[in-house]
Ligand binder design. Structure first.
Ligand code: NAD
Ligand code: UDP
Length: 311
């Protein structure tokens, strides 16, 4: 297969690229490196089945030929990144998604949209099923990301209904693992870097808000299962192992053997109070479920950051 990964130099995208190359596919990466890094794909420099094109997909998508599968992972994903790149985030969710859908349509390629659990906002249904319509503040600071992804989903389904485009929408819940950027600002990378450096762990609010953490290898397997299937979704991909942020901090302190203290900082506006995926659809339609225990995935991620900080 010839696979296009928009956002392929990012955290999730670079693992997805590796997995498709391992399968024998060829891959074209489209990335403007606004939050991704050349270091995530530098190990592929000598691989003649991969091509990396530096491009802002909101502005332009090359007219690639004989494409079988297009993944749209292009978007800032960490809250500090999308707050700093507010208009770029809205542009890539709208114009970028439209241009990538047009590429899929021209090539008769399947299109997989990396949407998010942020579709559910601060949820009043728990755990979240795909049928839940969400509780998003349309004008709050997080809306630049949430509404861009909601628009992406709407655009993806509009292409499907108008042109019959072969689509699949994944709603990804918090995912972590090696290649998260150390300064990315997400909870797992922040806590691990702080614990390894002996700095205080910054808990926002009282730490009672929950997240369900999925290890990257599991998530990539789910995205590929969606790519290989013919279902439209939307389908939740995530690990239902729900923990409070306070528990995540304690776990990381214990797994790193760190003496760091904990510092409580203000909770960001509209920070969702709880989040846990119902993955019945993914189990039934894709035969997918996560396999990695949170403790095991965190150990692997800690080792990655330990060697990164030592280098
Ligand atoms: P990331 O920031 O590491 O990766 C995003 C990639 O997209 C980066 O390489 C960035 O440079 C690229 N990009 C952004 N705007 C672009 C543009 N206009 N043109 C070309 N490239 C562009 O984040 P990630 O965690 O790897 O997330 C990947 C995708 O998965 C994102 O769309 C994100 O919304 C979605 N997602 C991730 C998670 C998660 O927990 N990691 C959860 C839900 C959804
Ligand atoms: N969080 C925290 N300290 C940090 C970073 C994040 O307490 O240093 C909290 C954040 O407020 C949220 C949760 O951890 O409740 C997950 O944050 P993240 O940015 O990783 O992802 P989100 O689910 O908010 O998009």
């Amino acid at each position: 297969m010839k696979v296009v990964v928009a956002g392929g130099a990012g955290f999730l995208g670079s693992h997805l690229v590796d997995a498709h190359l391992d399968k024998g596919d060829s891959v074209v990466i489209l990335d403007n490196f606004c939050t991704g890094s050349p270091s995530n794909i530098k190990h592929l420099a000598e691989n003649d089945r991969v091509e990396a094109i530096e491009v802002d997909v909101s502005e332009h998508v090359p007219d690639l030929k004989e494409v079988d599968l297009v993944y749209n992972l292009a978007s800032p994903a960490s809250p500090p990144a999308y707050l700093a790149l507010a208009l770029e985030t809205m542009a890539v969710g709208s114009e970028g998604t439209r241009r990538l859908l047009e590429l899929s349509e021209r090539s008769h390629a399947r299109f997989v949209m990396a949407s998010t659990s942020e579709i559910y906002g601060d949820p009043s249904e728990h755990p979240q099923r795909e049928s839940y319509r969400g509780n998003v503040d349309a004008t709050g600071p997080r809306s630049v990301y949430d509404e861009a992804k909601r628009f992406s989903e709407a655009m993806t389904f509009a292409f499907h209904r108008t042109f019959g485009t072969n689509i699949g929408v994944a709603r990804i819940f918090n995912t972590y693992g090696p290649r998260l950027a150390p300064g990315d600002g997400r909870v797992v990378s922040n806590f691990i870097v702080q614990a390894l450096k002996g700095d205080p762990l910054t808990i926002y609010g009282d730490g009672s808000q929950t997240r369900s953490l999925c290890f990257v290898a599991d998530l990539v397997r789910g995205l590929m299962a969606l790519g290989e299937s013919s279902i439209t979704g939307p389908v939740n991909l995530g690990n239902p192992d729900e923990r409070s942020v306070g528990e995540i901090a304690s776990l990381i302190l214990s797994l790193t053997n760190s003496n760091s203290s904990v510092e409580y900082l203000p909770l960001p506006t509209d920070d969702p109070t709880r989040r846990c995926p119902d993955i019945a659809v993914a189990k039934r339609e894709l035969g997918w479920e996560p396999r990695t225990m949170t403790e095991d995935g965190l150990r692997v991620t800690i080792e990655h950051f330990r060697s990164l900080l030592a280098s």
